[in-house]
Write a protein that binds this ligand. Structure first.
Ligand SMILES: Nc1nc2c(ncn2[C@@H]2O[C@H](COP(=O)(O)OP(=O)(O)OP(=O)(O)O)[C@@H](O)[C@H]2O)c(=O)[nH]1
Ligand SMILES: Nc1nc2c(ncn2[C@@H]2O[C@H](COP(=O)(O)OP(=O)(O)OP(=O)(O)O)[C@@H](O)[C@H]2O)c(=O)[nH]1
Ligand SMILES: [Mg+2]
Ligand SMILES: [Mg+2]
Lengths: 292, 277
């Protein structure tokens, strides 16, 4: 991984007495290549490497007996700093029901994550309601109903002939009547550049005023993660991110890009297809994964 | 990359960064720009406005002059659709079925995803919309049994094409890759030579992990082509360059939307241009 590469690059400098700017430049190239290979966005990589370089030409690295180790430590520390702390708390409303809306590109894992969150919240003593707001994708409503059935969680649906805005509104009324204290809105996958569908999300937002809007992002997303996250954040305002399919072997650099460009915490990690495969996101684990 | 007056390092860096931003990958991007530098030197090119076009030509050439079509010469032609979760396999099958039905062919579908919630329902709805039959078993059935059954059905109905849907699966899950290999063997047993095409569906928003997907799915079942979906978004799918140079797997179709006619033949020239779009 990167740690090894950096150790090797800078190991040959031991006993040379002093690490030069050129040596550091070569080490920074290694960092850049490693982060790009891990799918971190190019602009995020440049900013990151600039910060690391600043610290790498500092006294504690240049005068160290093991400069390679020092640089690795700097990279690791900067990654942890950038990713932020562990925060898997959803913004809960003081007056129930709390409304949580999940949004994101097609196929990212929203419907599956809504079911997982329902199970997670019930284990915490909550009374969640899953809401089928995807009226477009064939059998999307049925998909959520099947998941709800498997987990013995209630699913609110008004079929596919009603607008998602009306479904969301109907769900909040139903939740109040039935004493459900968290509403989880599953929305249809959409492109950030589809004005009509982004307007639909804005409309749902202004109608039911979610306390938590989470962007669901596939861990294998490449350079485009920044465009998507930035656009969804600017248009809707995000409170958090869920990174899915972390049980794969993608390095997950998209996580860094999303955090860097939106500042939003990644709150949960999808670790599999089963309903219990949801964990609080651990930034330090992702940092190690990106370093490889 | 416009409005430049001379060819300098800055211009080459800009081109390299455009490729990286398109998910071509750092190593491949560096290689491509190195080749361009040599070409510029050899051909004594001095006009900076020509460079992007030269790079596009190089990329289109690497991807092969023309698309290699799907071979529909068997009766039935059996096509296996594979890929990781959520990339667009089921929707792509609907698009392919629609296209070939429009061409007057008899198409049959097989609901080989017996695992995910409402996966069979999803394909059945598409089947109804497109106007083709879907062979299915119950949820939780053995997908190999569905595949075998579908081949028998295709033969008895004298279908021209049989397209088999499979559950999304991550390539690092060996038991799931074994399940896929088994489906592959069962198809060959049901009809020697089948599947005649195995298409890996890749999501254009995927980064460098797509290369691992192509390698491992290729090792498990052998691929005859790729389908690159969601190119109607802002992602460029540049990783297919590395897949092509390492594995020679050709992209046969691209997905540009969620409707049944949002399918196009792969055009290397268009693709190369769009990388810089
Ligand atoms: N391995 C794995 N698969 C996942 C995970 N999360 C979701 N999936 C799978 O990814 C695929 C897509 O999940 P969906 O929940 O349908 O995605 P979606 O975002 O609702 O899709 P659209 O509604 O079409 O936009 C399914 O096959 C899921 O089982 C995860 O954390 N790990
Ligand atoms: N914008 C866009 N969306 C697409 C395209 N192809 C598929 N989709 C959408 O991507 C999502 C996932 O598509 P599916 O066909 O269910 O994907 P899949 O690979 O079968 O998913 P699993 O079976 O769960 O692994 C759906 O919302 C589709 O409408 C495309 O070319 N463009
Ligand atoms: Mg969904
Ligand atoms: Mg499917």
């Amino acid at each position: 991984g990167l740690a090894e590469k950096l150790q090797n690059t800078l190991k040959k400098l031991r006993g040379k007495g002093k690490v030069t700017e050129a040596d550091v430049a070569e080490a920074m190239r290694e960092v850049r290549m490693a982060l790009l290979a891990a799918d971190v966005n190019l602009k995020v990589v440049k900013d990151f490497v600039a910060r690391v370089k600043e610290r790498a030409i500092g006294q504690d690295v240049l005068e160290s007996l093991t400069p390679g180790q020092q640089v690795v430590k700097v990279v690791h520390d900067e990654l942890i700093q950038l990713m932020g702390g562990t925060t898997s708390k959803l913004n809960m409303s003081s007056k129930p029901p709390t409304v949580v809306m999940l949004v994101g590109l097609q196929g990212a894992g929203k419907t599956t994550t809504v079911a997982k969150l329902g199970l997670y919240l019930r284990k915490q003593g909550r009374r969640p309601l899953l809401v089928a707001c995807d009226v477009y994708r064939p059998a999307a409503v049925k998909q959520l109903q099947v998941l709800g059935n498997q987990l013995d969680l209630p699913v609110f649906s008004m079929g596919t002939g009603v607008s998602p805005v009306d479904i969301a509104r109907g769900a909040t009324e139903y939740a109040v009547a039935q004493g459900r204290d968290v509403i989880l809105l599953d929305t249809a996958g959409r492109l950030h550049i589809n004005e009509e569908l982004m307007d639909e999300l804005k409309s749902i937002k202004s109608t039911v005023k979610p306390h938590e809007i989470m962007l669901v992002v596939d861990a294998m997303t490449g350079q485009d993660a920044v465009n998507v996250a930035d656009s969804f954040h600017k248009q809707l305002g995000l409170d958090g991110v869920v990174l899915t399919k972390l049980d794969g072997d993608a390095r997950g650099g998209a996580a860094l890009s999303v955090k860097a460009v939106t500042g939003c915490p990644i709150k949960f990690a999808g670790m599999g297809e089963k309903p219990d495969a949801l964990e609080p996101f651990h930034p330090d684990r992702l940092a190690s994964r990106i370093l490889g | 990359v416009t409005g430049r007056t001379k060819i300098d390092d800055e211009l080459y860096d800009e081109l390299e960064e455009a490729l990286i931003s398109a998910d071509v990958g750092a190593e491949t991007s560096i290689e491509l720009v190195e080749r361009l530098r040599r070409k510029v030197k050899e051909q004594k090119i001095s006009d900076p406005s020509l460079l992007q076009g030269l790079l596009q030509e190089e990329i289109a050439a690497i991807l092969g002059g023309e698309a290699i079509p799907v071979n529909l010469g068997n009766q039935p032609t059996v096509i296996l659709i594979v890929g990781v979760n959520g990339v667009g396999k089921t929707t792509t099958i609907a698009k392919l079925a629609h296209r070939w039905k429009q061409e007057g062919r008899k198409v049959l579908l097989a609901a080989g995803d017996t695992f995910r919630a409402a996966a069979i329902d999803q394909l059945e709805i598409w089947g109804q919309r497109v106007g083709v039959e879907v062979i299915r078993h119950q949820e939780g059935a053995d997908p190999s049994a569905v595949a075998f059954d579908a081949v028998q059905a295709a033969k008895s109905r004298e279908s021209d094409v049989l397209i088999i849907d499979t559950a999304g699966r991550l390539h690092n899950k060996s038991h799931l890759m074994n399940e896929l290999s088994k489906i592959n063997r069962v198809l060959d047993r049901a009809m020697p030579g089948a599947p005649h095409e195995t298409l890996l569906v890749l999501d254009a928003t995927t980064g460098q992990n797509a290369l691992s997907q192509a390698r491992i799915f290729g090792e498990a079942v052998g691929l005859t082509g790729l389908v690159l979906t969601k190119l109607d978004g802002t992602a460029k799918g540049g990783v297919i360059l590395a897949i092509h140079s390492e594995l020679q797997t050709p992209v046969k179709f691209i997905g540009i939307g969620e409707k049944m006619d949002d399918l196009r033949d792969f055009d290397p020239g268009e693709f190369a241009k769009a990388l810089f779009g």
